[in-house]
Design a protein around this ligand. Structure first.
Ligand code: ADP
Ligand code: MG
Length: 240
């Protein structure tokens, strides 16, 4: 579904990614962990070209995103992004936030988009909230709206960038629960998170990024049991 080869990304003189390789199969859940500033967000942002890769290749569902002929808006609907700060439109209702993409990008008639939107809001436990505005919601509710909005594009994969990091601790669980449900339904997901419980329970593979490269790529059991990589041992010692 997603194949990244030898990805390099520099910001000016700062080379953040120094040859990242990552392959995600359809239906896989891959969790990315790593120190702050190690380039986790940059990897996700390169996948849907919110950042322009410096070099390397990225294939999303068969589309080469570096090929100038590839329609990047199409790639962004194939692999949608869920952000730490939700990024909802404050002046739009919850339902309009969810239906905007299908109407604008997929050309769905409003009535069909509304039906889809209401179904998706029910799926994330917000059937009661279509006419609320984002500011009337808790952080956990906002993030669930953001997930419904992503799903409304009918993506092949969802990229989560620390989706629970901005939430009060008591609201983290409700968002993780929705993500677990998506994983069970077979959604392809890349999740940057510090939630090690989620990684252990849900991930098919866990990736440790440090110093611009994938340092460890393993199934959760092996990843957490007895890490040989000293920097991963050090990192886990700090976060777990
Ligand atoms: P992480 O998500 O792992 O915390 P990021 O991918 O956000 O790390 O950032 C990696 C490095 O790249 C950091 O040093 C950050 O300051 C830098 N960086 C990220 N985005 C930009 C940008 N748009 N311009 C300049 N530097 C950036
Ligand atoms: Mg980040």
């Amino acid at each position: 579904m997603i194949e990244i080869k030898n990805l390099h990304k520099s910001f000016g003189d700062l080379m953040v990614l120094k040859g990242v390789d990552l392959k995600v199969e359809s239906g896989e859940v891959v969790v990315i962990i790593g120190p702050s500033g190690s380039g986790k967000s940059t990897v996700l942002r390169c996948i849907n070209k919110l950042e322009e890769p410096t070099s390397g290749s990225i294939i999303v569902d068969g589309y080469d995103i570096m090929d100038p002929k590839t329609d990047i808006n199409m790639v962004r609907t194939e692999a949608t992004m869920v952000f730490q700060q939700f990024n909802l439109f404050p002046h739009m209702t919850v339902l309009d936030n969810v239906t905007l993409g299908p109407i604008k990008v997929r050309g769905l008639p409003r009535a069909d988009a509304n039906k889809l939107g209401l179904d998706l809001l029910a799926k994330v436990g917000l059937a009661e909230k279509p006419n609320s505005y984002p500011e009337q919601l808790s952080g956990g509710q906002k993030q669930r709206v953001a997930i419904a909005r992503s799903l409304a594009l009918q993506p092949k994969a969802i990229l989560f960038d620390e989706p629970t990091s901005a939430l009060d601790p008591e609201l983290v669980g409700e968002v993780l629960e929705v993500m677990k449900q998506l994983a069970r339904e077979g959604m392809t997901m890349i999740v940057v998170t510090h939630e090690m419980g989620f990684a252990k329970e849900v991930a098919d593979r866990v990736i440790f990024i440090d110093e611009g490269k994938v340092q460890v790529d393993a199934e959760p059991e092996a990843f957490f049991a007895n890490p040989e990589n000293p920097r991963l041992r050090d990192f886990l010692g700090k976060v777990v």
